[in-house]
Each structure stands twice: as structure tokens, then as C-alpha cells.
Design a protein around this ligand. Structure first.
Ligand code: R5P
Length: 310
């Protein structure tokens, strides 16, 4: 397998090392620094000529820095004659900007897709993309893996009997259905309305949560506002104060932990797509997605079908 090489950006060295361990390889040697004015400076310390290169970098906060670093690595690989560049972006920042909400607004996800292609990236691999239609912003192949089976494995023995899966908004219904099928239970849907970037409210619950423990699922936890409002609505509707949360991406923006300190929360399961600073949070369970990404890399290297992964 020496004809491919895996480089890691600075977003999440722990995940990159875990993937390399799974593949039984060493990460490619490279440096990423900042000039005093904040500009990104990267350098590859080994040849990539005619090699298949995998660049791993979540575009997590600080999103713009991580994105530019990824672009710089890709540009370096292209100029150094890499045969093929695959960007593994476990968390794809700007994905929530997938449409215009009013006039004179950008579609940032589409803009990101264009710059990724412009620097010579040949394929993108990501995980639980916020909106599947983002794939359509690219002309290159995009593979969106899912953490649902991995999280369900971790959750299976930790959930109370009779748990109901809760989608916190209509955008997550498909994901909630996948959880419910894998966990052999039913799903309910909350109707969420976004009042601002940080404020949401739940206007309706479709389904019965009376005296049921709940598993609220989501693709990401950012400020924690969506979950806090969901818990409030579920408890008001008579749900048991026995709540578990599962989300693929745990951003936990400052203040999220305080919002999620509700006594009814038993555990919060996230994957390691984003490096967490919350090491002393007892309820937080981080499940590694490294085995899945490592398998995907092996599949690409040997031209297998990703369908076999799920
Ligand atoms: C929204 O559509 C997403 O799926 C998440 O529910 C949302 O982005 C989470 O953000 P926050 O934690 O800030 O409410």
C-alpha cells in the first residue's frame, strides 16, 4: 500500500494518528505554521510525485483557518505532481449555508466546493454532511459516510428500554429513521423554527413521547441551543427526564456545555470528527470514527465499493 500517503492538517491530530494506526502506516511528514500576520504556511517534507494523496482536515472552528490550511496542502500536493488528491473532511464547515435565505446572500457551501476543486482536489470524503444536496455543488465525486452505525453500536447497551428516537427538526428525519431502525424502536419529530443564528424554538411535536425516555439525535452540536430547546419541549410534552443525545459532530462552541448541563441528560455521544477540549465532562462519550475512515481509505486505494462499508 506504499503508493498512497496520508497527510494531516492541524484540526485534529488525534483522529489522524488513530486512522494511521488502523492502516498500519505513518502519517506523511509535513509542517504547518502561521506567519506573524496570520497567513498559513505549509510544507510537505516528502515526495508525493505520482502518489495517491489523502489529506485529512475537518474544517472545524476556526473554520476559515482550517479551510485555508487544507487548500494550501492541496495546492502543495498538486504542484508536487501528486497523482490524485482526496480530501477527507470529516466535519465539513459552512455546510449549513446550503441555500440563500434572502437576497444578496452567498451560498457558502457552494463557494467552498468551488475552491476545493480549484486547488486540484479530485475527490472529497466527508461524514454525515449536513445537507446531502451539497454533493451537487461539486463536479468531483463526493462520498458522504455516516457515523450512525458506529454510534448505534456504542449506544445499544446504554439506552433504557422503550427509548424513542427524536429528530430535533425536519432536516434530521431521515437520520432519526436510520437510528430508529438500527435500534429497533420508533421516532418522533420536532418542528424547529430558527429565530436567529443562536436562537431556536420548538413549535410542535409529531409523535408521542409521554413517559418515554428519549434519544435526541443530530448531525452536529454547535451552541447546544437546538438541544436545549428540544429537551424543554420534550419534558413539557411529558417525556421522562431520561435523555440521551447522539450527534456526529460535537463542536461545543463556548457556552454549549452550560446549555447542556440539564439534569435529565444522562449521556452525550459524539464522534471524534472534531477534537474536543471537554476532557472533564462526565456525560460526554467520544466514539472514534477512525476505523470507518481507515476502511474507506483502504477501499479507495483498492478501488472497492463503499457500499460494502455499511
Ligand atoms: C441544524 O439544522 C443542525 O442540524 C443542528 O441542529 C444545529 O446546527 C445545531 O446547532 P446548535 O447546537 O447551535 O443549535
Amino acid at each position: 500500500m506504499e503508493h498512497f500517503i496520508l497527510f494531516a492538517g492541524t484540526a485534529n491530530p488525534g483522529l489522524a494518528k488513530a486512522i494511521a494506526r488502523q492502516l498500519n502506516i505513518s502519517l506523511g511528514e509535513c509542517v504547518s505554521e502561521r506567519f506573524p500576520d496570520g497567513e498559513v504556511a505549509v510544507r510537505l517534507l516528502e515526495s508525493v510525485r505520482q502518489k495517491s494523496v489523502f489529506l485529512i482536515q475537518s474544517t472545524s472552528p476556526p473554520v476559515n483557518d482550517r479551510l485555508v490550511e487544507l487548500l494550501a496542502f492541496a495546492d502543495a500536493c498538486r504542484r508536487a505532481a501528486a497523482a490524485r488528491i482526496t480530501a477527507i473532511i470529516p466535519y465539513f464547515g459552512y455546510a449549513r449555508s446550503d441555500k440563500r435565505h434572502g437576497r444578496r446572500e452567498p451560498i457558502a457551501a457552494s463557494m467552498v466546493a468551488e475552491v476545493l476543486e480549484a486547488v486540484g482536489i479530485d475527490r472529497v470524503v466527508t461524514l454525515d454532511l449536513h445537507a446531502p444536496q451539497i454533493e451537487g455543488f461539486f463536479r468531483i465525486p463526493v462520498d458522504s459516510l455516516t457515523a450512525v452505525p458506529t454510534l448505534c453500536e456504542a449506544l445499544r447497551d446504554r439506552l433504557p428500554p422503550d427509548v424513542v428516537v427524536v429528530s430535533p427538526d425536519t432536516g434530521r428525519v431521515q437520520m432519526a429513521t436510520q437510528y430508529a431502525q438500527k435500534l429497533d424502536t420508533s421516532a418522533v419529530v420536532l418542528h424547529k423554527q430558527r429565530k436567529s443564528g443562536t436562537e431556536t424554538e420548538v413549535t410542535r411535536i409529531v409523535g408521542d413521547v409521554g413517559d418515554r425516555p428519549c434519544l435526541i439525535i443530530d448531525d452536529m452540536i454547535s451552541t447546544g441551543g437546538t438541544l436545549a430547546r428540544s429537551i424543554e419541549a420534550l419534558l413539557n410534552a411529558g417525556a421522562r427526564p431520561d435523555i440521551t443525545i447522539a450527534a456526529t459532530h460535537g463542536l461545543f462552541i463556548a457556552g454549549a456545555r452550560a446549555k447542556l448541563s440539564h439534569p435529565s441528560i444522562q449521556a452525550i455521544f459524539v464522534t471524534d470528527t472534531i477534537a474536543t477540549q471537554e476532557t472533564d465532562w462526565q456525560q460526554l462519550q467520544v466514539v472514534s470514527i477512525a476505523p470507518l475512515i481507515a476502511k474507506a481509505i483502504q477501499w479507495f486505494v483498492f478501488d472497492g465499493s463503499l457500499g460494502d462499508l455499511f
